[in-house]
Design a protein around this ligand. Structure first.
Ligand code: NAP
Ligand code: GDD
Length: 328
């Protein structure tokens, strides 16, 4: 069976991708950073079949070691500083981890593969954040990139470096331009999970208010489980390529609030939401909506979870989690 190496194994997508690949019979390795990563236990509990290797994508020799130990057929580079707001406060670090480390991954694979460049297939986690100040509606693979955050700029670097390794060395390297995707495993710093966790707590009488920033921003939100399937389909395709992965629908934070509060029977959410200027960004990405036509046609990929279904899934999961914690 094939072997895969996943960076970012402790993150939302790492867990879903590991589950998918283990289910397909893959031998799965995950790169985990730090000498005592607090999320190790989570990975061991949720995807016990994964073999963990320590390493950091900014450390070329640790990536080389992981390749030599795992001998992968496929490498999925999901590791990144992924929180856009944080990237302004830690711009240089974000550049190193989210941008420069992509070159480390590509170069390590090139050195590892030697004359047999086709022996490893590479997936890079690119992002709709690269579209930033959008130049087309909807956004496609050909849309001009105009990033609006240090995170977005770093992702553009990784995106073009991936294309460059494909064109320079014939590497099977794909870049998935993924629009926002969420799940009950989403980090609580991102707006969907921040809202669903708070709504659950408000419905249980554990808190009264949630502080948010710009409620008018619009995102094309899908389910993470569907999006990792698109990653896998890219590595199975005859050639590496770039693909937009999106639902083709966009919704505002206000709509997210409408649906989340409605799920717990609260129609009038105004009194629970407080606008706090600290959550506004130096430059906002106002509107994201992707056109996934190429992924549908070439990869046979389709999203299976609608926006209301996604919100309900997340609210229900948070209500269950918060009730259990409150009862404990
Ligand atoms: P996430 O939950 O924030 O996970 C990020 C992962 O990167 C974590 O496992 C983190 O490990 C790891 N990481 C951070 N710095 C690292 C380093 N120096 N070396 C090795 N690993 C490191 O993100 P996600 O939502 O799963 O997203 C996965 C990837 O897709 C990211 O590259 C993200 O930028 C990209 N993306 C996400 C979305 C989305 O909507 N979710 C959309 C487009 C693109 P620790 O636990 O040790 O911090
Ligand atoms: N996080 C957060 N917290 N966002 C808020 C808040 C808040 O309190 N209030 C309003 N927002 C708005 C942000 O200004 C942004 O317009 C939108 O909610 C979504 O923010 P996030 O959920 O943090 O996601 P993101 O779109 O910035 O980035 C995510 O998607 C990208 C793909 O487009 C991340 O997963 C990135 O890693 C990913 O590349």
């Amino acid at each position: 069976m094939p072997t895969a190496l996943i960076t970012g194994i402790t993150g939302q997508d790492g867990l879903y991708l590991a589950e998918l690949l283990l289910g397909k019979g893959y031998d799965v390795y995950g790169l985990i950073r730090g000498q005592n990563n607090p999320k190790r236990a989570l990975v061991e509990k949720e995807v016990p079949g994964v073999k963990l290797l320590t390493g950091d994508i900014t450390d070329l020799s640790s990536v080389m070691r992981a390749l030599n130990v795992s001998q992968p057929d496929e490498v999925y580079n999901l590791g990144a500083i992924s929180f856009v707001a944080y990237s302004w406060e830690n711009a240089h670090l974000t550049t190193q981890v989210t941008g420069n480390a992509v070159l480390n991954m590509l170069e390590a694979i090139r050195l590892y593969a030697g004359t047999d460049i086709g022996k490893v297939r590479f997936y890079q986690a690119s992002s709709s954040e690269m579209f930033g100040k959008v130049q087309d509606v909807p956004q496609r693979e050909s849309t001009l990139l105009w990033p609006r955050s240090p995170y977005g700029v770093a992702k553009v670097y990784g995106h073009y470096m991936t294309i460059n390794y494909r064109e320079s060395y014939g590497m099977h390297a794909s870049s998935g331009i993924l629009f926002n995707h969420e799940s009950p495993r989403r980090g609580p710093e991102f707006v969907t999970r921040k809202v669903t966790q708070a709504v659950a707590r408000i419905s249980l009488g554990l808190q009264d208010q949630i502080s948010l920033g710009n409620l008018d921003a619009k995102r094309d939100w899908g389910f993470a489980g569907d999006y990792v399937d698109a990653m896998w389909r890219m590595t199975q395709a005859p050639e590496g390529d770039d693909y937009v992965v999106a639902t083709g629908e966009t919704h505002s934070i206000r709509e997210l609030l409408d649906l989340s509060f409605a799920r717990v029977g609260i129609e009038d959410w105004d009194k629970h939401v407080y606008i706090d200027p600290q959550f506004f960004r130096p430059a906002e990405v106002d509107l994201l909506i992707g056109d996934p036509a190429k992924a549908k046609e070439k990869l046979g990929w389709e999203p299976t979870v609608t926006f209301p279904e996604l919100v309900n899934m997340m609210v229900d999961s948070d209500v269950a989690q918060q009730s259990a914690q409150a009862g404990a």
